[in-house]
Design a protein around this ligand. Structure first.
Ligand SMILES: *[C@@H]1O[C@H](CO)[C@@H](O)[C@H](O)[C@H]1NC(C)=O
Ligand SMILES: *[C@@H]1O[C@H](CO)[C@@H](O)[C@H](O)[C@H]1NC(C)=O
Ligand SMILES: *[C@@H]1O[C@H](CO)[C@@H](O)[C@H](O)[C@H]1NC(C)=O
Ligand SMILES: *[C@@H]1O[C@H](CO)[C@@H](O)[C@H](O)[C@H]1NC(C)=O
Ligand SMILES: [Zn+2]
Length: 334
C-alpha cells in the first residue's frame, strides 16, 4: 500500500488544471471605416484578441461588426484604446468563466436518456451513435472511417431511406473543438431524421432521394480537450515541430488551395494549416472516405459557430463558383 500512494500522487500532480477565463470579456465593436479596422488589427498585434467573429484578424474590414474575447488583464488597455479612438463597443459577455460553467451543467433531466437540449461529452456521443444504430437498424449504420492521433475512433453515421444506393450528402460537425453547438446540431439532425422519416413531408422526401453521411465530431481529440482542459480549444492536438504551439486547424488542412490561404503558416495561429495538405490523420480519413465515395457524394456541408450565415464555396477566394446561381436558387427552395 505504501508504494501505491506515491504513484497516485504523481498522477494527480501531472494532471493539468483546466484553463480558466475569470474576468475575460467578449467585446463587440462596430467598425465605422478603414481606420477603425486598422486600429483593431494593430491592437491584435500587441494584445491577445481571440476573435469570435470574423475568425481571424486578416478578415477584419471596414464596416464590419467584430466580436473578440480578451483576458481580464488586457481588457482595461484594450477598452481605453477603443475609447481614445472614439470607437463604440458593447460588452457582450462580462465574465466568460461564468458562461463556460453553465455549459458544463450536464445533470441529466432524465437519467439514461440522451439529451438534445444539453451539450454531451465524447463518451455520451459514442454511446448515442450505438443507440441510434440499435434503435433504427434499417435506417442508420455506423462506419469507422479512421482514428485520431490520440486513437479515438472517427465515426460516420449513414442515414438511408429504403433504397440504399443513391446520391449522398456528407455533413461534418465539430471540426473546431470549441464550437459545441455544431456536434449538438449533428446529433439533433440524426434524431430528427430517424424520428420524422415517413411522417414529415420534407424529411421523407429528402431521405427518399438521398443518403446522408454524418460525422458528428470531426476533431474528437480537440473536442475532448475542450471538455477537460480548455473550453476555448479550436485546433487538433498534434504537436508541431520547432514550435511550442500545439495543433492544426483541420479545416485549413484539406488539399484545396492549401498554399494560398494568407497567414496560415504559423503554428501558433488558430488558423494554422499544418505542415502539409492532409498531414492530419483526421483530415486524411475524411478525404479518403470522400474520395472512395465520389460517385455518390454530391455535396459537403460543414457546421460551425458562431454567427448565422450560409456560406458557399470557396473560402480561399472571393470569386463566385460557376454554379453560384444554382446554389442561391436552391437556398430559397430549402
Ligand atoms: C462603409 O460605410 C460607409 C457609410 O455607410 C460607406 O460610405 C463606405 O463606402 C463603406 N466602406 C466599405 C469599405 O464598405
Ligand atoms: C493534429 O495535427 C498534427 C499536425 O500538426 C498531426 O500530425 C496530428 O495527426 C493531429 N493530432 C491530433 C492529436 O489529432
Ligand atoms: C494534393 O493535390 C495535388 C494536386 O491535385 C496532388 O498532386 C497531391 O498529390 C495531393 N496531395 C495529397 C497529400 O493528397
Ligand atoms: C444549374 O442547374 C441546372 C438545372 O438543374 C443544370 O442544368 C445546370 O447544369 C446547373 N449549372 C451549373 C453551372 O451547375
Ligand atoms: Zn469553425
Amino acid at each position: 500500500m505504501r508504494f501505491l500512494l506515491p504513484v497516485g500522487l504523481i498522477a494527480t500532480t501531472l494532471a493539468i488544471a483546466p484553463v480558466r477565463f475569470d474576468g475575460d470579456k467578449v467585446l463587440r465593436v462596430k467598425l465605422q471605416d478603414e481606420k477603425q479596422a486598422n486600429i483593431i488589427k494593430d491592437l491584435a498585434k500587441t494584445s491577445q484578441l481571440d476573435f469570435w467573429y470574423p475568425d481571424a484578424t486578416h478578415h477584419v474590414a471596414a464596416n464590419m461588426t467584430v466580436d473578440f474575447q480578451i483576458s481580464a488583464k488586457e481588457s482595461q488597455f484594450v477598452e481605453s484604446a477603443l475609447d481614445q479612438n472614439q470607437m463604440h463597443y458593447e460588452i457582450l459577455i462580462h465574465d466568460v468563466q461564468e458562461e463556460v460553467e453553465k455549459q458544463f451543467d450536464v445533470k441529466e433531466d432524465n437519467p439514461g436518456r440522451h439529451s438534445y437540449a444539453k451539450y454531451n461529452n465524447w463518451n455520451k456521443i459514442v454511446a448515442w451513435t450505438e443507440k441510434m444504430v440499435h434503435k433504427n437498424p434499417k435506417m442508420v449504420s455506423r462506419i469507422k472511417i479512421g482514428t485520431t492521433v490520440e486513437d479515438n475512433p472517427l465515426y460516420v453515421l449513414k442515414i438511408a431511406g429504403k433504397d440504399k444506393r443513391r446520391k449522398a450528402i456528407f455533413m461534418d460537425c465539430g471540426i473546431h473543438a470549441r464550437e459545441w453547438i455544431s456536434p449538438a446540431f449533428c446529433q439533433w439532425f440524426v434524431y430528427q431524421a430517424t424520428k420524422t422519416y415517413g411522417k414529415n413531408k420534407i424529411m421523407t422526401k429528402l431521405l427518399d432521394r438521398m443518403n446522408f453521411y454524418v460525422l458528428p465530431v470531426f476533431n474528437v481529440d480537440g473536442y475532448i480537450w475542450s471538455w477537460t482542459q480548455n473550453r476555448m480549444w479550436r485546433k487538433n492536438r498534434s504537436r508541431n515541430q520547432n514550435s511550442k504551439c500545439i495543433g492544426t486547424d483541420l479545416n485549413r488542412n484539406f488539399n484545396v488551395s492549401w498554399n494560398s490561404f494568407p497567414n496560415t503558416n504559423d503554428p501558433c495561429q488558430e488558423i494554422y494549416r499544418g505542415p502539409a495538405p492532409e498531414s492530419e490523420k483526421e483530415t486524411k480519413a475524411v478525404s479518403d472516405f470522400i474520395r472512395s465515395h465520389l460517385k455518390s457524394i454530391k455535396a459537403y456541408i460543414t457546421f460551425h459557430s458562431y454567427s448565422q450565415m450560409l456560406l458557399f464555396p470557396y473560402g480561399y477566394t472571393s470569386e463566385l463558383p460557376p454554379n453560384h446561381k444554382n446554389l442561391t436558387q436552391h437556398q430559397v427552395l430549402l
